[in-house]
Design a protein around this ligand. Structure first.
Ligand SMILES: C[S@@+](CC[C@H](N)C(=O)[O-])C[C@H]1O[C@@H](n2cnc3c(N)ncnc32)[C@H](O)[C@@H]1O
Length: 187
């Protein structure tokens, strides 16, 4: 099991607080809560992978690294991720660009701090996520408040909240199913 270096993470938080969005990597306990809804044998897209704290929970759940693609915006965090998980396919870049590719997944797992992202970008990303999930797929997103609950219900027919106190800060995982496909959401 890789050891996650909180120093790199904290340095990147200081350099880019809005993009990184948390002072410490997600705990393994929270990662396991987030990975539990992934369908067995499913394909997974992880967005906002950081140094790979949630990746660890995903791999425990799916076993086979070839079914996982991870995306991270910050090259320094990406380099640390790749040291931790040399066998996982990592894309360095904006998850919004990757979500434009017409590939569908059984699960999309997010560490991205959506609540502090500009609202228009968040809306575009939620819309793309509904389009990249299989109809019985699941979207799981970690956040640090309940403010996204109402918004996520515009994109999914079912949104459940799982609390994880074993995290700094305490976190919630939104478990979203039933993507609402809207052809022209922004016109
Ligand atoms: C709160 S950290 C979570 C990191 C890791 N998944 C964890 O749980 O410890 C958020 C991560 O999302 C990344 N991020 C933010 N916006 C992103 C975007 N548009 N595309 C890809 N990654 C993004 C940040 O660089 C950061 O690594």
């Amino acid at each position: 099991m890789p050891t996650h270096n909180p120093v790199t993470f904290f340095k990147r938080f200081v350099a880019s607080p809005i993009a990184v969005g948390a002072v410490m990597p997600t705990s393994l306990a929270t990662a396991r809560v987030m990975a539990a809804p992934i369908p067995k044998g499913g394909t997974v897209l992880e967005i906002g992978a950081g140094t790979g704290s949630i990746t660890q929970g995903i791999l425990e759940r799916i076993g086979d690294a070839s079914r996982l693609t991870s995306i991270e915006l910050d090259p320094d965090l990406g380099a640390e991720f790749q040291k931790n998980f040399p066998h996982v396919r990592l894309i360095i870049g904006d998850a919004e660009d990757a979500l434009k590719k017409n590939i569908t997944y059984d699960a999309i797992i997010s560490g991205i701090p959506f609540t502090i992202m500009p609202a228009a970008k968040r809306a575009r990303m939620f819309d793309l996520i509904t389009k990249r999930l299989k109809s019985d797929g699941v979207f799981v997103a970690i956040q640090y408040s309940l403010t996204s609950l109402h918004e996520l219900k515009e994109y999914f027919t079912s949104v459940h909240v799982r609390f994880s106190a074993f995290n700094v800060p305490p976190a919630v995982a939104y478990v979203c199913k039933g993507p609402k496909l809207v052809e022209k959401r922004f016109e």
